[in-house]
Design a protein around this ligand. Sequence first.
Ligand SMILES: C[S@@+](CC[C@H](N)C(=O)[O-])C[C@H]1O[C@@H](n2cnc3c(N)ncnc32)[C@H](O)[C@@H]1O
Length: 882
Amino acid sequence: MAPDPRVARAFKAMKAIGITETKVKPVLKKLLKLYEKNWELIEEENYRVLADAIFDEEDDAKVSGQKKSKFNQEENFEEEAQEEPLRPLKRLRRGQEPRVPSSPSNASPSLGGALLIRPKVEEDELPATSSQHQSQDNVKSPQFSSGNGRAEIQRLGNKGKEPVSVHVASTENRCIPERSSHAVSIREPAVESGNLLLPKVSRTQALIKPKDEPFTDGMFIDNRPKYEVPIAVIHPDSIGKGDSSSGNVSLEERVCLGSPASSRLDGEHRVDGVLASSSERSSHELATIPEENPSSLEIASSPMGEVKLFLSCNSAVGRSNFHMPSVDELKELMEERCLRSYKIIDPSFSLMNLFKNVCECFLELTTNSSCESQERLGTVTPCDLLTKSTARDALLDGGSKGNIYTTSGILRGSVDKQCFADVAPPQVPRPLQFLNGLDDLVGTCEEMVANGSPISDKGDPEFSGSCSLVLVPQCQLTSDELRAINDVNDITKGEERVEIPWVNEISNERLPTFYYISQNLVYQNASVSFSLSQIGAEHCCSDCFGNCLASTSAIACVCARQTGKFVYTPEGLLDEEFLAECVTMTRDPQQQRLLNCRDCPLERSKNDGILEPCKGHLERNIIKECWSKCGCYKQCGNRVVQRGINSKLQVFFTPEEKGWGLRTLEKLQKGAFVCEFVGEIVTTKELYDRNTKKHNCPVLLDAYWVPKGVSKEEEALCLDATCYGNVARFLNHRKGICDGPQPVKKTGEPGSRVERCFDANLIEIPVEIEGPELHYYHLAFFTTREVDALEELTWDYGIDFDDHDHLVKPFQCRCASKFCRNMKRSSRKCFCFGIDCEMSRKLFKYTHAFHRDKDPDLYPLLDELIVSLDDAIQWWILRWCP
Ligand SMILES: C[S@@+](CC[C@H](N)C(=O)[O-])C[C@H]1O[C@@H](n2cnc3c(N)ncnc32)[C@H](O)[C@@H]1O
């Protein structure tokens, strides 16, 4: 008959750690019986229970052998010893001396009556006195024990399910009262073969070195069983007697770790070798571990008598208790993990696991470090914005779970993809940098494993010990790369009222480098002056008070006079009528009014003094906001743009090969202010002097050129956001939202030409804020319609893609709009009307413009005709043109 595969697996697992089948068989049999064939418990943690039971059996066999030879008696002992290995609990009474009565009332006060809460299964199957004896033994002999030097903890099944808990039942406070605030350094106590219940760290999964520490970090994870264990006890006789500061007094005589409350290893009173209530964390002093004794403990005490041990793991200690790990601590931890845990027992040893443990070790020891401490030690330099816990997640999960940058939910996954999809260091800036840094640590660790040699201190003598172990190398990222990484959660670096994160869900490309500014800055020659003396009262509503919008007469507010009404609603949205007007004026070719200047500064700049005919500047509506010189308050409803960005925005990498774009993370109402276009204020001349290829996103501030008759070079201004700019620099050119053929409608009706102009969901509107600097104004973007969350925000650059002499170098537009002006038409010959359809479009455009100016009466008729024809042509083009 084929062996039971589970049995075979158990044999195999044991074989891997050098235990023969002969040894396994009887123990396994007994365990199965004990656990009622609950294999899970046996298989758990790589057959830990089984391995332990076998080891225990071996130990006991030895002990019994010794006893036999010594006393040559106790005939029943062997029988008993044979039973014991079956119960992992047996460990707790190994080496026990004659048992004392089991009544809890007899428990030694020095232990507070440590009781062993056993699983029911044990009560059912073990002699009733057994557990009682165990606990009483421990009560009676409060000595540190670890048998073979290990602190021990056993998880057993309660009916095969629940772990054993060891409770400190007494509420007596065993702390030495009125301890003066002093530090005590205590060496590892001499241990005797065991009487005291101490937690045992699993051989296979030990993450924390158990040698000197009674507890493992794993114990403090909330959803794990809570162990209530007396860590150290004070002999009743020694209380009040001993000089607590005396180095001659033994540990058990002098120290009680924590109050009764803090002796519970739960919640607040975490013990990483440390017990302390969080409220008193600040008043501890630290004793240094003597160099020669790497395994000694650091003990701090507070005036309240609380004592705190700083052992090797501080991950659960609060920030204020930050303890920078020393070389010895790290070494101890590593030794335990690498030498003991891995070398001896773990059958599934792998370098990767080792590596993970190194990382975890490192992180555990630094998790609570403050930024300053990290900086001081030169640790994790490029990673300092990444929380240690997330770094750990990233490291330990290999990024599979994502969530590298957890502070922004939106970033999840994408950043993960970006950082971990590719192993190439430049594309995995932060985590890889971190991993690279740990290479050294791993190397050192491996060396240590191989040689058993301590880690050498090669760090700055000032930080001797710790420094050499914090082996994160010099930052290998360029400052640009670092900037991109650091700005991931907020490209504004705090310049705006809101954070604006970036995300790339498409590729590994990082955000281009630029300097975020939230206000326009003058580059060099631009003549922009905000001197208060220049701004007369006639341009400010000096007579207003409070909120201008609340005043009964809009005209009372000088600022509103320019538009004839307030353009903002009390909700801060653009007035619908005003918005519609702006849209038609800006986007509808029929409504656009192009104004030509005689001496166009733009043409002059472009052609180096050679005057070309002006191509025309769009006439626009302008908003005048109240400002500091006005009588109203800052909260006045006529101040919207100047308050800055208020929506949740995100820079993202577009899937349509448009590069980066901007989107909203929340629904935006129609007429909502989104952002201003901020950049360097440059003269058109300065702009052309720059490399025009690089600077392809300038914005002309030309709304007043004609009326004001701008002719001075320093007053012909543009905004260039290429190097210095705000989030608007990521706004792409309009994106199509219309699907299917558009019905031919009259102007202004849904589906008409105007409707198409809503292709872009933002519109730019000039805003005067500071004063009547007519050649300078702010350019603000407002939504032209309701915009859904995650929708890309776009505006119509107003590019004439056919005009190759344009300031903005045309790009291959991928707006996807049916009405895209950059449709590839050159090769398209259309046979509608027997002419090239590009030509036909132009023809209609110009005819229309001509007739509108020349013959207003003809306009409505012509308009309708053109709309019909143009739509027909476009429909034809889309349908039939090659
Ligand atoms: C103001 S920037 C917008 C942000 C830019 N996408 C980026 O990655 O930084 C303008 C540039 O974006 C690209 N772009 C904007 N709209 C586009 C569109 N509809 N189709 C293709 N490219 C576009 C062009 O390269 C253009 O020069």
